[in-house]
Design a protein around this ligand. Structure first.
Ligand code: HEM
Length: 445
């Protein structure tokens, strides 16, 4: 049976008028858990049910790969790193990097995260005293970029972080419009193209120079970080090191994937807390009870479960990756509907996380959904902010730890407040974003 769905013209008009995120939601309400749009010879299929999440990511994953749908991301953003590679290359690289990201492996980064956040606490003390409004998204991007650069590359200089942060923003928004719009080729010197090329050049140069600096030191003194691991890796058969371009792609991937999504998650956390004062009250109560006025130590995190529940609920209602996609290698059936070979299958954390069959009062922000008992009682795939199966986000534990630390340390001292009358404009620009930013003032507690 063919899946229902809007015609191409209706799709284009709908996306233009309402934005991709809202239009997809409207189609879901109209057509149900599987619907499609035919775009020329390609089919875009939306699948929202948790059973479909399981099928595509696990039981039938051999049929779902990262192919044409990732071409723009490969070409304009991160090359052939772990997010975009597939087949043998992906398997080899994942195996190589996995030990860094196990729950135990990432514990070694907790102290680094705490130290870096302590510097942000100092900065926010100044902001609170001055009472000036700040763009919270920038604050969060800066701190997550700083943490990932230290954790993966054992490096950081203030100036380069600011520059890299802006360059990454430019590249992501360029890639997003490349995926959805028609634009002039890169060799045409439009201001958009020039801005993108300059940003790409800056990121490439920075990463290349990090690699060169590492090479210039004696291998015996290399720090035990992701970059050293990538540089020391040798092919099991040929004994050859990773090619220069793959090393660069993996490094850029780790930097991009490793901070932007966490920055967004934390930005949305400050919005959710400001919009839900009762949750903020409970969070403060937990932090004050466990820590009082003393600084956080990594061992304290276990005693602060409500803070982690807040983060998990943010990832439910505002998942930084609202959609991800897999290309169907051969035909399949999902929910009784035909999936043609070559279809791009869109999985949606944003909408699966709002599925009324699996979530009571789905739009309510309620961290109590994340008690152990309630989590256990739920469909295993009703929640997939990090995807699922073998291609689950490799940084999920890293990100949860980082968000937990940031939330506890900042909420211990501050309450960011929304600009009066602020109404969020949720948009999808590759990742989930706030079209009108998140201006807040930082109040000391
Ligand atoms: C809240 C934060 C994060 C969210 C919501 C998130 C979400 C995701 C999602 C949905 C995917 C699957 C993408 C796809 O299939 O196209 C993914 C993959 C990936 N993520 Fe994350 N991520 C986060 C943080 C991180 C961090 C901190 C790192 C690294 C330190 C990271 C590294 C990666 C990598 C390398 C992949 C590709 C894994 C593979 O295909 O083997 N992510 N992430």
């Amino acid at each position: 049976m063919k899946a229902p769905g809007p015609g191409l013209f209706q799709f284009i008009r709908g996306v233009k008028q309402r934005g991709f995120l809202e239009f997809a939601g409207k189609q879901w309400r109209e057509h149900g858990d599987v619907f499609k749009v035919d775009i020329g010879r390609r089919t875009l299929m939306f699948v929202m049910h948790p059973d479909a999440v399981e099928r595509v990511n696990l039981s039938h994953r051999q049929n779902y790969d990262k192919r044409a749908s990732y071409d723009s991301v490969r070409k304009y953003l991160i090359g052939d790193g772990l997010v975009t590679s597939s087949g043998e290359l992906w398997r080899r690289q994942r195996k190589l990097m996995a030990p860094f990201f196990t729950p135990k492996g990432i514990q070694t980064y907790a102290d680094l995260m705490i130290r870096d956040t302590a510097r942000l606490v100092e900065r926010w003390q100044g902001l609170a005293a001055a009472g000036t409004e700040v763009e919270i998204a920038e604050e969060m991007t800066f701190i997550t970029a700083s943490i990932i650069l230290k954790a993966m590359f054992s490096t950081e200089t203030m100036e380069s972080i600011h520059q890299m942060k802006d360059a990454v923003g430019t590249m992501i928004s360029f890639t997003d419009t490349k995926m959805t719009g028609v634009h002039l080729p890169l060799w045409v010197p439009t201001s958009r193209n020039r801005k993108y090329l300059a940003a790409r050049e800056l990121v490439n140069r920075s990463i290349t120079s990090l690699i060169a600096q590492r090479r210039a030191t004696d291998e015996a003194n290399w720090p035990d970080d992701l970059l050293s691991r990538l540089m020391k890796a040798r092919d099991e058969e040929t004994g050859q090191p990773m090619s220069e371009s793959l090393l660069r792609d993996e490094s850029i991937t780790a930097f991009f994937a490793g901070h932007e999504t966490t920055a967004r998650t934390m930005t949305f956390t400050w919005y959710a807390l400001a919009a839900n004062p009762k949750v903020t009250e409970r969070l403060h109560e937990e932090i004050d009870r466990v820590l009082g006025d003393r600084p956080l130590a990594a061992e304290d995190l276990r005693q602060l479960p409500y803070a982690l529940q807040v983060v998990k609920e943010v990832l439910r209602l505002y998942p930084a990756a609202p959609f991800y996609v897999r290309d169907a290698v051969a035909g399949d059936k999902i929910g009784g509907f035909d999936v043609p070979a070559g279809a791009a299958v869109m999985l949606s954390p944003y909408y699966t996380h709002r599925h009324p069959q699996f979530w009571d009062d789905p739009e309510a922000f309620d961290p109590d959904r994340w008690t152990r008992e309630r989590e256990k009682a739920r469909h295993d795939h009703a929640y997939h902010p990090f995807a699922a199966g073998p291609r689950v986000c490799i940084g999920n534990n890293f990100s949860l730890l980082e968000s937990h630390v940031l939330l506890v340390m900042l909420a211990q001292r501050f309450t960011p407040r929304l600009r009066p009358g602020y109404v969020p404009q949720w948009i999808m620009e590759g990742t989930l974003g706030l079209g009108n930013g998140l201006p807040m003032t930082i109040a000391a507690r």
